[in-house]
Design a protein. Structure first.
Length: 124
């Protein structure tokens, strides 16, 4: 049975969130191996975010009704959900990263994403 086929919205949502978290972790460890341009050698978290979003789209996700979007605002909200999951992962599993150049760049990108969401919500 595919995601979204009759099991209930909560189950579909939980399953896809699990897939997103798995993609997020897999792409993170690939990103660690790539290196970055930061002087402190920290992994490029912005590139990580972009890689996660790309990988999710390649998998044809999201399909769960609670995660799908059909508007620009919906797409931004999904991206923000992914960013929140990534932040949780970093703070829970890689706490030392908050002291890095990569964290500062990534955190600023998250703030820009939040501002874009607010702009879209106010316009709709």
């Amino acid at each position: 049975m595919r995601v979204g086929e009759g099991r209930g919205d909560g189950v579909d949502y939980a399953e896809e969130c699990g897939v997103v978290e798995g993609v997020m972790q897999a792409v993170f460890y690939k990103e660690l191996a790539r290196g970055s341009g930061f002087r402190d050698g920290s992994p490029d978290l912005v590139r990580w975010f972009d890689g996660v979003i790309d990988e999710i789209r390649l998998k044809g996700l999201p399909r769960a009704r609670w995660l799908c979007w059909s508007t620009g605002t919906g797409s931004l909200l999904f991206s923000l959900l992914v960013a929140v999951k990534m932040r949780w992962f970093l703070l829970e599993e890689k706490r030392g990263i908050v002291q890095t150049e990569a964290w500062r760049a990534w955190d600023e990108g998250c703030r820009r994403l939040q501002r874009r969401v607010l702009q879209h919500v106010r316009m709709e």
